[in-house]
Design a binder for this molecule. Structure first.
Ligand code: PEP
Length: 254
């Protein structure tokens, strides 16, 4: 099945009001229709970045979301607040939230369900730590995080879910999974989705690769049959690099 490649730029806790708007304007200028593009700026810049993206087709995303509607949750951001800012999609379970902040599979699932019920799209991030890879647990970790993260998600709602496979040891380290290793993990994730739902759901879900993707390695990763674009951290902060990665995704779609 032909899936439109999807490239996301996760800006993490980087940029400021001025540089974020400038970066967003550059991303908007470079975007083309063959690839779905989203950017995930820091919360304070969502509205200004959204304005810079207006009319471009680039989706505005948020790096996280609360699983609660409102109330005494200091520092949290609700789905209603994100929708108010023009957000269309959210990251859930990024490795820095799982392993630095300590989010559990259960909390990630609660966030996925809350976001989908509010009408937001979701990018569910999964991936193994180095010690898990060395212990041969890559597929088991992905399976656990996906089964737990998607518990209660209907087949219909899977049309609004993207999986980002991001081996933790490759994020921000300059180390990238080989295309063969990444393809193997992605193919197993798709097989898992077919067993949880059915083949047509599995064939429709975009599975992004994330972990030190750069212009130099994007093309060979995106050429793999089960890699449908990427979730990009460091390289998404440089407009030219991000544009080159999006072009590699465009080329993979042809
Ligand atoms: C990420 O933060 O999701 C990521 C993949 O980061 P980087 O591209 O910097 O490894």
């Amino acid at each position: 099945m032909a899936r439109t490649p999807y490239v996301g730029g996760n800006w993490k806790m980087n940029t400021n009001g001025v540089s974020g708007v400038e970066l967003a304007a550059n991303v908007a200028r470079a975007a083309d229709d063959a690839v779905q593009v989203a950017v995930f700026p820091p919360f304070p810049y969502l509205i200004r970045v959204g304005e810079a993206l207006a009319g471009s087709g680039v989706m505005l995303g948020a790096q996280d979301v609360s699983d609660q509607d409102d109330g005494a949750y200091t520092g949290e951001i609700s789905t209603a607040m994100l929708l108010d800012c023009g957000v269309k999609t959210v990251l859930v379970g990024h490795s820095e939230r799982r392993h630095v902040i300590g989010e559990s599979d259960e909390l990630c699932n609660s966030k996925v369900l809350k976001a989908l019920s509010a009408g937001l799209d979701v990018v569910l991030c999964v991936g193994e730590k180095l010690e898990e890879r060395e212990a041969g647990q890559t597929d088991a970790v992905n399976e656990r995080q996906i089964r737990a993260g998607l518990a209660g998600v209907s087949a219909a709602d899977m049309a609004r879910v993207t999986i980002a496979y991001e081996p933790v040891w490759a994020i921000g380290t300059g180390k990238t999974a080989t295309p063969a290793d990444a393809q193997d993990a992605h193919a197993k994730i798709r097989t898992l989705l077919a067993s949880m739902y059915d083949q047509s759901v599995a064939d429709g879900v975009r599975i992004q690769y994330g972990g030190s993707v750069k212009p130099a390695n994007a093309a060979e990763l995106f050429a793999c049959p089960d890699i449908d674009g990427g979730l990009i951290g460091g390289a998404s902060l440089k407009a030219d690099d991000f544009a080159a990665i999006c072009q590699a995704a465009t080329a993979s779609a042809v």
